[in-house]
Design a protein around this ligand. Sequence first.
Ligand SMILES: NC(=O)c1ccc[n+]([C@@H]2O[C@H](COP(=O)([O-])OP(=O)(O)OC[C@H]3O[C@@H](n4cnc5c(N)ncnc54)[C@H](OP(=O)(O)O)[C@@H]3O)[C@@H](O)[C@H]2O)c1
Length: 280
Amino acid sequence: MVLTIVGSGYVGTALARQLQLQRQAVPLVLTTTSELRLRELNPLADRVQICDATNPDHLRKALHNSSVAVFTLGPKGNRQGDVDLYRSTFEECFHCLSSVIAELPALHHIIYTSSCSVYGHASDAWVNEDTPARPRTARGEVLLESERLVMQLMEENRKVCVLRLAALYGPGREIKDRLRGLAGKQLPGDGGSFSNWVHVEDAAGAALAAINGCWTGLVNVVNDEPLRDRDLVDRTLIQQGLERVRWTGAPAPAPPFSRCISNHRLKDLGYRLQHPTLFS
Ligand SMILES: NC(=O)c1ccc[n+]([C@@H]2O[C@H](COP(=O)([O-])OP(=O)(O)OC[C@H]3O[C@@H](n4cnc5c(N)ncnc54)[C@H](OP(=O)(O)O)[C@@H]3O)[C@@H](O)[C@H]2O)c1
């Protein structure tokens, strides 16, 4: 058995580190699109493969003899908002996988890290994996279509699991660093929308548990505590001794986007969060 992680970014490399700690006997292949990253990734894997997952030859080679493939792809560069880039990364990758899957008979488990953004707005209500996904953005639509494409590959001898990750934080992406610039500022609205978060160690930990437990279907990967924006911002600023934000109460410029995402299924599957809340 070979395990391949396609897309070795924040989540992919965190997963590779956890696999190393677990001293798994299974050979690990990591992919990157960039020659420049080979040296950085080499110590984490048995093999590092150059792979643009939208290229059938690359993907076939990267997944040759793999029994498990974890897709932790993200759009490249800093144009995170570009919907065409989302489409050409996620949808094209799974169209490509679909085109080569018949040549990958060893592949029996596919895991894809999607996003809770597929849920859209739910007026503060709790949502779970049975709640119909109604993305509010074009990027969310692309992610939902990508889930559909990868789920289509499920067969009797090939399981597919989609992990819907909440907003990620952790080393290098600390919330305090991201929110510091808001200190003392005036913001529109009342900060009442809920956001949902997960530590990168739990995103990777859930992916590892999905591999070990051969999970199938949808699983939300989110911590225990949805937080209203005003609580998140204030608590983060106060912890750093900074001035809090003043919410003007005026209508916010963006349409509302608020929901509390349930992690009951994650827990029912036996996963124990390492970071149950943001401030723990
Ligand atoms: N970040 C978040 O807050 C968040 C929240 C919810 C869900 N997620 C989900 O988790 C995924 C992973 O997030 P992340 O933060 O780990 O992303 P990331 O750090 O940006 O890493 C994504 C990796 O994908 C690789 N990649 C990009 N285009 C590719 C292509 N065409 N073929 C093969 N590999 C390609 C890149 O590899 P190279 O640069 O090495 O070429 C990059 O390292 C997201 O895309 C999303 O689905 C993330």
